[in-house]
Design a protein around this ligand. Structure first.
Ligand code: 6R9
Length: 648
C-alpha cells in the first residue's frame, strides 16, 4: 500500500520532467565523486570571457576561505543578456506589471539589454567605478531589474535595500556598505498605502550625514507629484538615463570579484551583509533554477518575492535571465483590490510557473477556495515555495486547490547565504512529501549534527549543515570575516552551519524544524530578536527587553516583546509607543503583535533571560512550561502569565 502522504511522480504523468530518476542519481554520484569536474562542467551553463579550469579552492577550517572558478573571467550581465541576443533578442525577458497602470510593460531581451547599457553609461558618467557599491531601493518595477544588471555590467557591487526598511535601517546600511550612489523611486503603492521611498531616503541620507559616501541619487518618478530634488546630488532617472548611449561594453570581471552584497539578519543586533561572487553565484543561480524551474519556450515564471531578498535576486532576476527565460514581476498584493488578485494575473499573463512564500499561500487559503475556483489557472504547470516552513495542510491546499492536483509543488529550502536552492525536488522526477523540502540537489552534501557537533547518519534530527562548499556559497560578511567564520563555521567544525534545525527521514527527505538561533521569520522576512532588543535599549525608560517569535496563523511567526521599565523613569511608556518605536527604527515588517510591560523577566542564576519560557507564555503554552528550577525567581513566571493571559 502506498503511503498517502507521498505523491509519486507518476501522478503528474504529463509533466515534462527534465531527466529520469536514473539520470539524477548519476548526476548526484558524479558530483560526489568528482566535485570539481562536475562543477566545471556545470560552469558551461553561463557565458565566460575566459572559461575556468579551477574548481573549488579554500577551506571551512580556521580563517575560512571559499573560491570557485578562480581563473575564470566573465561579466554576469553579458551572460544574462548579450548571450541571448543571437537567438532570442525578440523574446520577452521581463514582464513588469504595475497595479493600476493597465497593461504590463514587456521588455524583450534586446530592450532590456539596451536599458541596462544606458544605465551602465549613466552610472559611469556619475563616476561609479568597478568594485564600488551602489544601493538600490526600489519597488517592484522594471528599473529594479535594470539597475541590478547595470551594476553587474560596470562591475559595481549592488546592495538592494528593502522598501520596508525604516530611514534608520537604510542609513545604517548605506554607511556600512559605503555605497557611493543610490537608485530609488519617488513613491510606491502597497494597495491604497503610499510608501514614500524618496522621502525615506532623504531622511536616511541626512541622518547618515558625513558617514555616508553617497554622491548621487537617481530617482525613478513613479507618480505625478513633484519630488523634492537636491541639486547636485539628485537626478531624475529617466531624464538622465534615457539620453545615455544604448551600448556599453561589459566590464570583464574575475570570477571571485563580488557581484552583490545583501543584508540579512543574524543573532546579533547589527545587520550583516553577505557577499556573493560573480562566477560561482551565476553558475549556481543558473543551475538551481534550471533543475527546479526549467524554462521552456513560452514559459512565464512569476516569483512573487521582492528583489530585495535573495529569492528576488536568484529566482526573479539572475536565474531566469541566465537561462534565457521570461520572468515576471508585479507590485500587486494578493488581495487588493479584491481577494484573488494574483489569480487574475496568473490568467492574464498565462503564468506557467508560480513561486511564492508560504505566508502568501496561507493568506490566500484563508480567503476560501471559491476565490481560486473562479479562475482558470490552466496555464500553471509548476508551483513553488520558499522562505519558511509550510504545514502539510497548506501544501496540500496549494497543490489541490491552486494546482488542481496537476502541478507539482516544489518546496525549496535555501538562504541568503546559500545563494540559491539547496533542498528541493526536480519536478516530475522525485516523489513529493507535503511539508518536506525534499532532498538536496546534486552537488550538495547535506549533513545533520547533534548538539555536540557530531555528524549523524541515516534518519536523524539535529542541526542542518553542509559538508562541502558549493559555487553559490556566500564568501564573507562584508567588513567582518571573523563574524562569518564564527557564525557559520564554529558550531560544527569543518561544516557550514545553516542555523536551522531539521529532521531527515529514512528516505533521505528533509523536514525543516525552524531556526535554532535567535532569528525569527515573519512572513518570510528574517528578523534577529537582538535587532529589536538593541533598538529598545536606546529608550532610556526601558531597563531591559526580550523579543520572541510566536506562531502566527498567516505570517508563520509574529513578534512579541516583553518590556521591563526603568522603575522611576518610565512615565509615558506604553505598548503602542514601543510598537511604534520598533516600526520606526527597523521597518514596518517588524511591527510586533503584542507588547507586554512587565515588572521583571525570568532569568537563570547567571542572569540570562530565559526566552524559551517567554515564547511559551506568549504562545499560550502555559500548561507546559517545563522545568523552572534553574530560575532565580519562579514567581516572575506566574506574574507574567497573569499579565499576558489574565488571572489564571
Ligand atoms: C530563501 C530564503 C532563510 C531562512 C532559512 C530557514 C527559512 C527558507 C525554507 C525555510 C523551511 C523552506 N527557510 N526556505 N524554512 N522551509 N522551504 O528564504 O532566504 O531570507 O535568507 O531566509 O528561511 O529558516 O534559514 P532567507
Amino acid at each position: 500500500m502506498s503511503d498517502p502522504t507521498v505523491i509519486q511522480p507518476g501522478h503528474y504523468g504529463h509533466y515534462p520532467a527534465i531527466m529520469t530518476q536514473a539520470a539524477l542519481d548519476t548526476m548526484t554520484r558524479q558530483a560526489r565523486e568528482d566535485p570539481d569536474g562536475f562543477w566545471l562542467q556545470q560552469a558551461g551553463r553561463v557565458q565566460w570571457h575566459e572559461r575556468p579550469t579551477r574548481g573549488f579552492e579554500g577551506s571551512f577550517e580556521g580563517n575560512v576561505s571559499i573560491a570557485w572558478f578562480a581563473d575564470g573571467l566573465l561579466n554576469v550581465s553579458a551572460s544574462c543578456l548579450d548571450r541571448h541576443l543571437a537567438d532570442r533578442a525578440g523574446q520577452v525577458a521581463l514582464i513588469a506589471h504595475r497595479e493600476g497602470h493597465g497593461e504590463a510593460e514587456r521588455l524583450t531581451y534586446a530592450m532590456l539589454h539596451e536599458r541596462v547599457c544606458r544605465l551602465a553609461n549613466a552610472l559611469t558618467a556619475l563616476g561609479v567605478k568597478k568594485g564600488q557599491r551602489v544601493a538600490i531601493n526600489l519597488p517592484m518595477i522594471s528599473e529594479a531589474v535594470v539597475a541590478m544588471l547595470a551594476c553587474a555590467r560596470i562591475g559595481a557591487v549592488h546592495v538592494v535595500l528593502f522598501g520596508g526598511f525604516s530611514a534608520d535601517g537604510i542609513a545604517e546600511r548605506l554607511v556600512d556598505s559605503g555605497a557611493v550612489a543610490v537608485i530609488t523611486a519617488s513613491v510606491a503603492w502597497r494597495g491604497t498605502k503610499r510608501v514614500p521611498f524618496k522621502e525615506t531616503m532623504d531622511t536616511a541620507l541626512s541622518r547618515a550625514g558625513a558617514a555616508s559616501a553617497v554622491r548621487a541619487v537617481l530617482v525613478v518618478r513613479t507618480a505625478d507629484d513633484a519630488v523634492p530634488m537636491l541639486p547636485g546630488r539628485d537626478r531624475d532617472y529617466h531624464d538622465f538615463v534615457d539620453r545615455c548611449d544604448a551600448d556599453f561594453a561589459p566590464v570583464i570581471m574575475k570570477a571571485e570579484d563580488p557581484l552583490f552584497m545583501l543584508y540579512t539578519s543574524g543573532s546579533t543586533g547589527k545587520p550583516k551583509a553577505v557577499v556573493h561572487a560573480c562566477g560561482g553565484y551565476i553558475v549556481w543561480a543558473a543551475y538551481t533554477m534550471d533543475m527546479v524551474y526549467t524554462h521552456r519556450p513560452g514559459d512565464v515564471l512569476w516569483c512573487t518575492a521582492d528583489v530585495a531578498w535573495i529569492t528576488g535576486h536568484s529566482s526573479v532576476v539572475y536565474g531566469p535571465l541566465a537561462n534565457g527565460g521570461t520572468t515576471m514581476i508585479s507590485d500587486s498584493l494578493p488581495a487588493y483590490p479584491h481577494p484573488g488578485r494574483w489569480w487574475d494575473l496568473v490568467d492574464e499573463y498565462r503564468v506557467t510557473m508560480l513561486f511564492s512564500a508560504p505566508t502568501a499561500v496561507r493568506a490566500m487559503m484563508a480567503d476560501g477556495d471559491d476565490v481560486v475556483n473562479r479562475h482558470d489557472l490552466g496555464s500553471l504547470r509548476l508551483l513553488g515555495i520558499a522562505g519558511e516552513p509550510i504545514s502539510p495542510d497548506a501544501w496540500l491546499w496549494y497543490h489541490d486547490v491552486v494546482g488542481r492536483k496537476r502541478c507539482p509543488v516544489a518546496d525549496t529550502w535555501w538562504q541568503t547565504e546559500t545563494g540559491g536552492i539547496v533542498l528541493g525536488p526536480v519536478p516530475g522526477v522525485q516523489p513529493l512529501k507535503p511539508g518536506s523540502a525534499t532532498r538536496p540537489l546534486p552537488g550538495i552534501e547535506m549533513a545533520i549534527a547533534d548538539a555536540q557537533g557530531r555528524i549523524l547518519h541515516g534518519a536523524a534530527e539535529g542541526s542542518l549543515c553542509i559538508a562541502r562548499s558549493w559555487p553559490g556559497q556566500a564568501r564573507t560578511i562584508w567588513g567582518d570575516h571573523a563574524r562569518f567564520c564564527q557564525t557559520y563555521f564554529s558550531k560544527v567544525p569543518g561544516f557550514y552551519f545553516t542555523g536551522d534545525g531539521a529532521r531527515r527521514d529514512s528516505d533521505g527527505y528533509y523536514w525543516i524544524t525552524g531556526r535554532m538561533d535567535d532569528v525569527i521569520n515573519i512572513a518570510g522576512h528574517r528578523l534577529g530578536t537582538a535587532e529589536v532588543e538593541d533598538v529598545l535599549g536606546d529608550d532610556h525608560r526601558i531597563l531591559e527587553s526580550a523579543a520572541v517569535g510566536v506562531p502566527h496563523p498567516v505570517k508563520g511567526e509574529g513578534l512579541v516583546v516583553f518590556i521591563m521599565p526603568r522603575g522611576d523613569n518610565a512615565a509615558g511608556l506604553t505598548g503602542e509607543g514601543v510598537a511604534r518605536l520598533i516600526s520606526q527604527r527597523l521597518g514596518r515588517y517588524a511591527a510586533p503583535e503584542a507588547v507586554y510591560i512587565v515588572p521583571d523577566l525570568p532569568r537563570t542564576r547567571s542572569g540570562k533571560i530565559v526566552r524559551r519560557l517567554l515564547r511559551k507564555i506568549a504562545s499560550g503554552e502555559t500548561g507546559n512550561l517545563g522545568d523552572l528550577s534553574a530560575l532565580t525567581d519562579t514567581a516572575v513566571v506566574g506574574m507574567i502569565c497573569n499579565r499576558v493571559w489574565g488571572e489564571m
